[in-house]
Every structure is written in C-alpha cells, then in structure tokens.
Design a binder for this molecule. Sequence first.
Ligand code: COA
Length: 250
Amino acid sequence: MSEHIEVSRDGAVQTVRMNRPDKKNAITRAMYAAMAKALTEGDADEAVRVHLILGVPGAFSSGNDLADFMAVATGGEHGTEVYDFLMALATAQKPVVSGVDGIAVGIGTTINFHCDLTLATPRTRFHTPFVDLGLVPEAGSSLIGPALLGRQRAFALLGLGEPLAAADAKAAGLIHDVVAEEELEAAVLALAQRVAAKPPQALKIARDFMLGDREALVARIRAEGEQFRARLSSDEARNAFVAFMNRKKG
Ligand code: COA
C-alpha cells in the first residue's frame, strides 16, 4: 500500500513505523491510508493488544507532505486518507504507544496527543506551525491541547507555533518520559510489552473510562478538518507552501 509504512508484530505489540527518512518522514496520502489500515486491522485482530507508532532515528515526522498540501492548494482533490487515519487513531480500541526522536512537526506532534504513553528523546522538539502556514490546528488538538496543557501553553504551541522541548512536554504531561536516543526503541517496545501483558478486558474498560465520550473529539476533528481543507487554498497557506518549496533556491 505504501513502501514508507512498515507494519510488524512483536508478540501482542503491532508496530507501525513511518520510514521515509529522506523526507524526514513527511506523511503522504498513501502513508496515511496504510497507517489507518494497520490501526483498523490491529483493532480487529485478537492477537494484537497494543499499537506502537514509531518513526526513524532523528525524525518521528515532519508532518503532512507539503507537496500534497500544495497539490490541494492548486486545485487538486483532497482525499479522505488523513481523516480516515485520524478517525482510526482517535477511536482506537486498543492502547496506542509512541516513540519519538527528533523532528515532530504538525501531525508529527498531534499524533502523540492521542497516545496513551509516549517516550521521546532529549533532542525531540514538538512543533505545530499550523498558523504560520496559514492553517489551523488539526487532529482534535484544539480540544485536547488546552485540556492537557492549559490554555496558555496550548496557545504558545498551537497558536504561536513555539516549539516544546521534550523535557517541557514531560513536565506538561504531554508525554510519559524522556529517554536517551540509543535507548528509545528498546525502551518503548518494553513499555508497549508491559501494556500488552495487562489483562486486556480490564485495561480496555479502564482506558475507555479515562478517554471518556469520544463523540466531542470526533466532532472537533471533523470541524477542524473542514476549516483546514478550506484554508489549504487560502493565499496565506499557498504563500507559505511556495516559500517552503523555494527555500533552498538562490
Ligand atoms: N513535506 C514535504 N517534504 C518535506 C517536508 C514536508 N513536510 N519536510 C521535509 N521535507 C523534505 C525537504 O523538502 C527535503 O527534501 P529535499 O532533500 O528533496 O530538498 C528533505 O525532506 C529534508 O528536509 P530538510 O528541510 O533539508 O531537513 P532539515 O533537517 O533542515 O529540516 C524540517 C527539517 C522538518 C525542520 C524542515 O524540513 C521543515 O520545516 N519541514 C516542513 C515542516 C512542516 O511545515 N510540516 C507541515 C506541518 S502542518
């Protein structure tokens, strides 16, 4: 489906790895589709108890592929892949764990808003320059962000586009812990295995209570998505995409 998404199993942990290092794991429509499929199939598979989302060393993800955004900005069709992925993630029936090293931009940050446990490395910076790109926060981050971080820290991240260092993300409760780069993969797999070893039915009930009613979240993802799609063809967004495409010229 996408050569840039690798799905593998380690016991009851299903790992979904974004693997497009030459583009710092910018996520294409095919990658979203492959990740949505993996989450949905993992939820349906009794042998899978935990979803683990990983990137590559130095890059969890640089966010949505800006060439795909540019295509929509110039009249192309948007597709439903991002929305399908976000729905699969936000309504996942099994715990979601992530391991983040280095670049975590845009959806590379907001994916983790939906994770039950995230480990990140000291060099990780969570960065959501949506407004700078003429866009709006997505993935329900305008709802989860203020609830999780408090209004002002959420505004600094999602409105000002101020990066959040891993240690600050831990202090803010956005992530579970910070571990050294060379330890990340083993540590996050061990953490996912600990989750997988819990009695799954009790854990599901506990998690469902902690997540609460997800209808408001789903409605917010949909509302943000409508604004986001409309913004993609705004002058503010088009100019920002062109500036990115041209930044290495001259
Ligand atoms: N979409 C498409 N391509 C991207 C990308 C994205 N979101 N992020 C990085 N790339 C590509 C670059 O164009 C470059 O490709 P090239 O080698 O063919 O020129 C390659 O990935 C490496 O990126 P580069 O910018 O050279 O790496 P860097 O380490 O100097 O910077 C980032 C990394 C992530 C800080 C920088 O690439 C960036 O700001 N990307 C855009 C992030 C963004 O705005 N995402 C959307 C959020 S909604």
